[in-house]
Design a protein around this ligand. Structure first.
Ligand SMILES: C[S@@+](CC[C@H](N)C(=O)[O-])C[C@H]1O[C@@H](n2cnc3c(N)ncnc32)[C@H](O)[C@@H]1O
Length: 176
């Protein structure tokens, strides 16, 4: 097998894997980044995780807006992972790292704020069961566009009249 064939298999596997796993690559709209910023309250040293980071557009934006927070993006497609790493390197941003891994195998309890743009079925059926067990107290998840079916979190919906889509915020219910 030649090196070219190996590279082709790795890339092809990555694309297929990420497509069937959670969501195909469709980026968050650039014009919505400011809306996301307004919903974030990131303190010094808090950890922000972009669960399927694609080209790291959102992660880089957040890292830039909150230079004292730690930003982590995780991506399963090798092409998008390498693209994100190069993009981060040339941005010069120091408080951001990109991980090549299956987001569903991550320990979410380490993070304070999570962001996801995934299909409604995948976030409801695959992501929710993990978050239900691992989302730490006072942590919250922002879901771009899509609602996550769940019975465990407080859901808030953010959408102004002029906006075409919603952003959902999920946080822990107060423990009684
Ligand atoms: C809808 S895109 C969102 C990209 C980015 N978050 C944004 O908003 O611009 C979903 C991304 O998730 C990646 N992905 C799918 N399944 C994954 C998994 N299990 N672990 C990590 N990344 C995954 C895909 O490769 C794709 O880049």
């Amino acid at each position: 097998m030649t090196i070219l064939q190996i590279i082709f298999i790795i890339i092809f596997w990555g694309l297929i894997c990420s497509f069937i796993s959670l969501a195909p690559w469709v980026p968050t709209k650039k014009s919505d980044l400011e809306r996301i910023h307004k919903l974030l309250h990131l303190q010094k040293w808090q950890k922000f995780l972009e669960i399927w980071c694609g080209t790291a557009q959102v992660s880089l934006y957040v890292a830039n807006k909150f230079p004292e927070a730690e930003v982590i993006g995780i991506e399963l497609s090798p092409i998008l992972y390498v693209f994100s790493k190069i993009r981060v390197f040339f941005s010069g941003q120091k408080n951001i790292s990109i991980i090549f891994w299956n987001a569903l195998h991550l320990d979410f309890s380490k993070y304070d704020v999570l962001y996801v743009f995934g299909l409604p079925e995948t976030i409801s059926q695959k992501l929710f069961p993990k978050l239900e067990h691992w989302l730490k107290e006072k942590a919250y998840l922002l879901s771009y566009c899509f609602q996550m079916k769940n019975n465990a979190f407080i859901e808030e919906k953010f959408k102004e009249k002029a906006e075409w889509n919603s952003i959902y915020k999920y946080s822990q219910k107060a423990k009684s």
